[in-house]
Design a protein around this ligand. Structure first.
Ligand SMILES: [Zn+2]
Length: 187
């Protein structure tokens, strides 16, 4: 007999009909309830049924994935960011979300100053370039980079102006590696 929450395989005996009836992912034969699919066994004591639930595969990141992240910190040679979502899915990530973006991976143009391209709190769209030994991102392509940024003083959403950003309240300009659709992205 299998225990609740155990991983089971098709044909595994998971319960007896005296205690649990067959339901989703199970079938009964001669009083015995068997798993009909691979999954997690759920012995429901309230409804007295045995189910086998297929768990969602973990939503993990792979090289080439497009992600959304918030810049966490700016260092000398890199920025760190917290990945909040993978493009095309609303499911939470089942993996490491702490990522780094090396200064050489930020812009197609040469830059040696991370703080001229990204700022803490910026929302970015980035591409995964590596997952081992740690998550690494790039914002080099046109469609990658900052998609939303708030003024560090007044928190007004910065507007795109030329190649950079501008605060309509504080009247100050800032440089950034912008995505080509900065300001048009609904978050
Ligand atoms: Zn401002």
């Amino acid at each position: 007999m299998m225990a609740d929450s155990e991983m089971v395989f098709p044909g595994d005996e998971v319960a007896v009909e005296e205690e649990y009836l067959a339901s989703d992912g199970t079938f009964a034969e001669n009083g015995i309830v068997y798993a009909s699919q691979i999954g997690i066994l759920e012995l429901d004591d309230k409804d007295c049924v045995a189910r086998v639930i297929t768990p969602n595969p973990p939503n993990i990141l792979a090289e080439g994935d497009i992600v959304y992240a918030i810049v966490a910190d700016i260092r000398n040679t890199m920025a760190t960011a917290d990945v909040v979502a993978k493009d095309g899915t609303e499911r939470g990530l089942g993996c490491e979300t702490y990522a780094t973006i090396h200064v050489s991976k930020i812009s197609p143009k040469y830059t040696d100053d991370v703080s001229k391209e990204l700022r803490k709190g910026d929302y970015i769209r980035a591409k995964v370039t590596g997952v081992k030994p740690s998550l690494q991102l790039t914002t080099k392509d046109d469609h990658l980079g900052v998609i939303r940024s708030l003024c560090y003083k007044c928190k007004t959403e910065l507007e795109k102006k030329g190649e950079g950003l501008y605060c309509p309240e504080c009247k100050y300009s800032a440089t950034r590696k912008l995505a080509d659709d900065y300001g048009d992205v609904v978050l």
